[in-house]
Design a protein around this ligand. Sequence first.
Ligand code: INI
Length: 153
Amino acid sequence: MRIHEGVLDGSGLRVGLVASRFNEVIVRALVDGASDCLRRHGVADDDIELAWVPGAFELPLVVQRLAVSGRLDVIVALGAVIRGQTPHFDYVAGQAAEVGRVALATGVPVTFGVLTTETAEQAADRAGGKMGNKGWDAALAAIETARLLADLK
Ligand code: INI
């Protein structure tokens, strides 16, 4: 049996981070977690690009623009959509998830580090709090997926 799997070695990988400013304190913690993960898995600082968008709704277009640039092996989308009391949540969270379609359309892998929670406390728990750091997890998934795709070539 021939098994394909992505090794968790980021050396030589060019990684894009696209982060939304809305709920900025939380998203900065996701960016920090993602950056820490990349660095600790061998991604060079010069091989990381970070783009800020206004909110999670704007993530897909900017992820797409970076994906077609040819400069990056993988992109991590980072954001925090908090339901609060508004049905607006469903539109914003739904649009944010469209980054998955960008990956399929371009062939550039995109991982999803966008929190979708009921409360700010739940988001903080997942941005370096008691539930870990979803940015860190999405960065690790990015390394694994990029390496797997390279292995499948
Ligand atoms: N953007 C977020 O990233 N998170 C949210 O929780 C949020 N809420 O709740 O409204 C949010 N809204 C802004 C949205 O992403 C767009 O930036 C805005 O609608 C302009 O297009």
